[in-house]
Design a protein around this ligand. Structure first.
Ligand code: GLN
Length: 311
């Protein structure tokens, strides 16, 4: 288990250059508890398959996964139900719409969410996680996070979860629409309870980089070689990260950065460079698509400097 990451003057300089862009962004406040984050924060951890790691900024500071959790629930739902079951209910195509859009749910035939990285698709995926109660399902998701990070104390922030639960009316609308069309089953309030708790799972940049590393390493713990996610499922997850991970900015991100990645409105970005490294970033000031503005700049600079595009 990695305890201390190396620092690098070069990475520190890139972080400082990228941080300057934070002032052009805005912290998400539609979930009131997220509005308290410091827009100037920016930190990064990079973990390599050979056990080395690099860090810059305050990488021990915690933040919530938000939409990054969609990657984990997708992997778990496929492990629970198989690919066919999951993709009968959720599509595989990017939308070009904002992450919380309801528009295409009505116009798509058959009526199912276009992909698992937008809210509608993620809610449908969370609805497929095995377990009898919200606690049991959440417990399984947390155990999965513990396996990936090697840290068994990771849990969710009840403050952030409650704050989102009280204000999640758009997500409730998506759920009721999908329930009407038979895409989701069961109690919508319970689903929103589980979803807001999964989004509120609290990590730091090192934890996030470790999650990225397992995904990058074809689903295996790089230290023990133990399989946490089957190889084929880790491949599906990485592909969705490329096509839909940065929402309706995924195309531009693929060109400018070229690393499978997933963002969240807390300002987190998870990166997984196949067979090489995992990245965890947090920079709470967001651009108009809901992605960390300084985080994306930092990845752009790193990709250009170190030739990190997978393409
Ligand atoms: N919990 C957030 C929501 O559903 C996640 C969205 C995001 O990170 N883009 O609105």
């Amino acid at each position: 288990m990695i305890t201390q990451c190396e620092t690098s003057e070069e990475l520190d300089q890139l972080v400082e250059r990228a941080r300057a862009y934070a002032k052009e962004g805005k912290v998400a406040d539609y979930i009131p508890a997220l509005g308290q984050a410091d827009p100037n924060d920016l930190s990064i951890a990079v973990h390599y398959t050979d056990g080395r790691c690099l860090a810059a900024g305050d990488t021990e500071k915690t933040f919530t996964l938000q939409s990054i959790s969609k990657v984990l629930t997708l992997a778990l739902a496929i492990m629970d139900n198989g690919e066919d079951y999951v993709f009968e209910r959720v599509g595989m195509e990017p939308t070009g719409d904002p992450f919380n859009s309801i528009a295409k749910l009505e116009t798509m035939i058959p009526s199912k969410p276009l992909n698992p990285m937008i809210n509608a698709g993620a809610l449908a995926v969370t609805n497929m996680i095995n377990g009898n109660t919200v606690e049991e399902k959440l417990g399984r998701l947390l155990a999965f996070v513990h396996d990936m990070t090697g840290k068994s104390h990771i849990t969710y922030s009840s403050k952030v979860a409650e704050s989102e639960f009280k204000t999640a009316n758009l997500n409730r609308s998506l759920c009721y629409f999908m329930k009407e069309h038979g895409i989701i089953q069961g109690d919508v309030e319970e689903l929103i309870d589980l979803y807001t708790k999964q989004c509120a799972i609290e990590v730091n940049c090192n934890d996030l980089a470790r999650i990225g590393l397992v995904i990058a390493n074809e689903g295996k713990d790089p230290e023990t070689d133990r399989e946490i996610i089957p190889r084929q499922i880790s491949r599906i997850v990485k592909t969705f990260m490329v096509t839909c991970g940065m929402y309706n900015a995924s195309g531009e991100f693929a060109i400018r950065v070229g690393i499978p990645a997933k963002s969240g409105v807390s300002g987190g970005i998870l990166g997984a460079y196949p067979n090489k490294l995992g990245i965890g970033i947090c920079g709470p000031a967001l651009d108009d698509k809901g992605n960390s503005i300084a985080g994306i700049k930092l990845l752009e600079m790193m990709s250009a400097r170190y030739g990190l595009s997978i393409f």
